[in-house]
Design a protein around this ligand. Sequence first.
Ligand SMILES: [Zn+2]
Length: 277
Amino acid sequence: MPTLTLRGKVIITGEIEAVTGLHIGGAAAGLDIGGIDNPIIRHPVTREPYIPGSSLRGKMRSLLDHHLGKEANHFIQRREPVVRLHVCEDEAAYTRCPVCQIFGVTPGERRGWKNLKPARLIVRDVHLARDHEATERLRQAKTDLPFTEVKWEAAIDRITAAAVPRQNERVPAGAVFAPFELVYGLYDLNGTGCDRDLDWLRYVFKAMELLEDDYLGGYGSRGAGKIRFRQIKVEFKSRRYYEGEVALETLAERIDDVRQLPVSEYITRLQQLIREG
Ligand SMILES: [Zn+2]
């Protein structure tokens, strides 16, 4: 029987600022009567806009796929719009693939694999920052809908030049969502250690950096969805922390630029902490 031991969790938190308007689409079923064409997703109880962890995680995964030149071989949806992503189909490739290791593969189809580990990365939903001046400003601004603006766009027929106006709901630029929380688990499978997991941590930061230069949600090619990670904090909870024996280890705090995170340093420090137990 395989033995899987958790060696600790790296917790990355901070704020996400919408640098440009943000449109993360809600399902058509969520459309209010008399509502707009393209609504955003809102929390079902508070009705506040939020960033679903799945949107954030999915975008980070696809950017890393592109960055590492992985083949998009797996269909998530075959009908239009076609959605594909990369998933390793053989175990040898999986053991070397940071994307499948960090973001996970469906275990069902891979029952015979001996080296299967859980997805290393958990990404939580991110809500509008409570008690933040940016949220207060948004609350006091007379926006079209609570916390959002409605942006009119026109689709123009290339031949007749007839315009079809459409309304897109967006969270205005300047909104701050916090805290975001990414949890990266370090696992030891069958006593082989977690050095590789540690080394792949750098790809989580890489995906954050790639995302800042891409977009989150819809209408990115038309200016929406630019985000920035701010006030980044990196902490480590070791096995001994969960046993109540040691305090939480802070590896970095209040960093406003993903590129300034000294990732190699954390990895060395984490190796040291894991050796201590
Ligand atoms: Zn893979």
